[in-house]
Design a protein around this ligand. Structure first.
Ligand SMILES: CC(C)(COP(=O)(O)OP(=O)(O)OC[C@H]1O[C@@H](n2cnc3c(N)ncnc32)[C@H](O)[C@@H]1OP(=O)(O)O)[C@@H](O)C(=O)NCCC(=O)NCCS
Length: 174
């Protein structure tokens, strides 16, 4: 049995190892990483999936952004599931859990860069991001959005910018 729970600091090493395996170390060069670098995930919106042996087998995180003229929104990613745990619905469970929690917390829209054939099942589509731009190169067909609140991305245009809490500021305050 796998449990999805809020991420905790001691998940760090296992999460990073899973992400390196899933995406390779070049993942840090992605355009979406520019919106995450030096920031903390959105409050209450980072989750880990833990198997019956206590091993971290999945991760998903959301980040605060400004979606151009649409204003505050979230960036989802990375999402990854351990190779051995794939194909059993865990990726979907992580997505649904994260999106439900984002909606419960009052967020209106979520953007991501990823495979449309996978994310379409959760309602993500490229149409709503067509006039938005990321701070770097991206394949338009992979730049997707989902409205949690109807109309949240209506007429959205302009540059997407990071707006999350700075990781350093948080460390200094601790
Ligand atoms: C994508 C990922 C999170 C899915 O996790 P999972 O636990 O296997 O997901 P689910 O069991 O909920 O869904 C599996 C389904 O998604 C499909 N799928 C998986 N990756 C896909 C992709 N990149 N594009 C399209 N479909 C995909 C599978 O074929 C399977 O289809 P089926 O339901 O018709 O059999 C996992 O494969 C993973 O970590 N991949 C590497 C990292 C990655 O690519 N992350 C995000 C995608 S950009």
């Amino acid at each position: 049995m796998v449990t999805i729970r809020a991420e905790i600091p001691s998940d760090f090493a296992a999460r990073e190892a899973l992400l390196n395996k899933a995406f390779g170390v070049k993942r840090m060069r992605k355009t979406s990483e520019k919106l995450r670098k030096g920031r903390l995930p959105a409050q209450g919106l980072a989750f880990s999936a833990i198997n019956e042996k206590g091993k971290l087998v999945g991760t998903v995180r959301l980040w605060n952004i400004i979606a151009g003229s649409a204003g505050p929104a979230l960036l989802l990613g990375p999402l990854a599931v351990d190779e051995k745990a794939r194909g059993a619905g865990l990726g979907s469970a992580l997505m649904r859990h994260a999106l439900a929690e984002a909606a419960r917390l009052g967020h209106g829209a979520v953007l991501l860069v990823g495979d449309a054939p996978y994310y379409a099942r959760f309602g993500f589509a490229a149409g709503v991001t067509q006039s938005l731009h990321l701070p770097g190169p991206v394949e338009r067909a992979r730049f997707l959005g989902l409205e949690l609140s109807p109309g949240a991305l209506d007429g959205a245009e302009g540059l997407v910018a990071a707006s999350g809490r700075l990781a350093e500021a948080e460390k200094a305050a601790a």
